[in-house]
Design a protein. Structure first.
Ligand code: NAP
Length: 290
C-alpha cells in the first residue's frame, strides 16, 4: 500500500488523528469545511485540499471524521464530494459516529466506484485522539481492514473487528447509549447531592469508589463540579448519538426509554445555549431549575 492518506474533518477528533498520521510518516492531505482549522497541520507538512474531491483524488485510504450523517453525506456525496474522485481499490474509512443506515447507503455508492468501505467509529475523546490512543470499532471485510491497519494503528491503541459492514456503527451507538444515560443520570444525581446538604466531595468519593464508579463518572463529575465545560465532547453530539441509538435499537424492537429521557436533558441544555459546550454542561439547566 502506498502512503497517501486523506482525512476529511479536522474537528476535536479529526485534528488529533491527522497529527498522528503525519507523525507516523504518512503523506497526508487534509480537508476541512472551515479551512483555518487546517493551518497547524499544514505547518507540520500536510497538504490542504480545498474540496473533499481534491483530497480523495490521490489517496489510497480516505478517512472521514465528521459530525453526523448529514455532514458525512455532504462530504462524501455532496457537490465536490470525495466519492466523485476515489479510485478503484481505495479504502474508505468512516470514523464519524453515524447511523448504520447511512453506512449501508454509503457502501452502495462506494461499491459502484470499486472502493471498499469500513465503518470504524472510535472510543476515546480529545486526549486519546491527540495521543494516538483511540480504539477503533470496525465493521467490514478482512481484506480492506488488513490494508487499512497500518493507517489505523498510527492513531490507536486497539482495533476491534466486530463483524461485517455496519457492526462498528452499531457497537458505537450501544456504547454511547450507555455513556449518555450515565452522564444524564449523573447530572441529576449531582444536582440532588448539591441540594441535599451532603458534603459534595465526600458524596462523590463514595460514588467513585463504589459500584456506580466508572472512568466516565470520575471524569465528568470532576468537570461538573469545576464548571469546566471546555470541549472534549460536544453536548449536541451526545444528543445526536442518543437519537441514532433510539432509531437503531427500534430496528431490533428495543424501545430505549432511558436514551429518550437522557436525550431530552441534552436537548433542553442545547436549547438553553449549551450546544457548543462540553456534554458535562447538561447539568446546568438542572442546577438552575427550581
Ligand atoms: P467536531 O469538533 O464538531 O468536528 C466536526 C467536524 O465535522 C468538523 O470538521 C466540521 O467542520 C465537520 N462538519 C460538520 N458539519 C459539516 C457539514 N455539513 N459539511 C462539512 N463538514 C461538516 O466533532 P468531533 O468531536 O471531532 O467529533 C467527530 C465525530 O466523532 C462525531 O461523529 C462524534 O460524535 C464522534 N466522536 C467524538 C468524540 C469526542 O470525544 N469528541 C469521541 C468519539 C467519537 P467545521 O470545522 O467546518 O465545523
Amino acid at each position: 500500500m502506498d502512503k497517501d492518506v486523506a482525512i476529511l474533518g479536522l474537528g476535536t477528533m479529526g485534528g488529533g488523528m491527522a497529527a498522528n498520521l503525519l507523525k507516523a510518516g504518512f503523506s497526508l492531505t487534509v480537508y476541512n469545511r472551515t479551512p483555518e482549522k487546517a493551518q497547524a497541520l499544514i505547518d507540520s507538512g500536510a497538504r490542504f485540499a480545498s474540496t473533499p474531491a481534491e483530497a480523495a483524488a490521490k489517496a489510497s485510504v480516505v478517512i472521514s471524521m465528521l459530525a453526523d450523517d448529514a455532514a458525512s453525506r455532504e462530504v462524501w456525496m455532496g457537490q465536490h464530494g470525495a466519492l466523485s474522485t476515489v479510485r478503484e481499490g481505495t479504502i474508505l474509512v468512516e470514523s464519524s459516529t453515524v447511523s448504520p443506515a447511512w453506512i449501508a447507503e454509503l457502501a452502495t455508492v462506494a461499491t459502484q466506484k470499486g472502493a471498499a468501505l469500513l465503518d470504524a467509529p472510535v472510543t476515546g475523546s480529545r486526549m486519546q485522539a491527540e495521543g494516538g490512543q483511540l480504539s477503533f470499532l470496525v465493521g467490514g471485510d478482512d481484506v480492506a481492514l488488513n490494508a487499512a491497519t497500518p493507517v489505523l494503528k498510527a492513531m490507536s491503541k486497539e482495533i476491534v473487528h466486530l463483524g461485517p459492514l455496519g457492526s462498528g456503527a452499531k457497537m458505537k451507538l450501544i456504547n454511547n447509549f450507555l455513556c449518555g444515560v450515565q452522564v444524564a443520570s449523573l447530572a441529576e444525581g449531582l444536582t440532588w447531592i448539591e441540594r441535599s446538604g451532603l458534603d459534595v466531595e465526600k458524596a462523590l468519593a463514595v460514588l467513585k469508589a463504589g459500584a456506580p464508579g466508572s472512568p466516565l463518572l470520575g471524569a465528568i463529575s470532576t468537570r461538573m463540579t469545576a464548571h469546566d465545560y471546555s470541549v472534549n465532547f460536544l453536548l449536541r453530539l451526545m444528543a445526536k448519538d442518543l437519537l441514532y441509538a433510539e432509531e437503531e435499537a427500534a430496528h431490533c424492537n428495543v424501545d430505549l426509554k432511558m436514551a429518550e429521557a437522557a436525550r431530552s436533558l441534552f436537548e433542553t441544555a442545547a436549547a438553553k445555549g449549551l450546544a457548543e459546550k462540553d456534554m458535562s454542561a447538561v447539568i446546568e439547566p438542572l442546577r438552575s431549575s427550581k
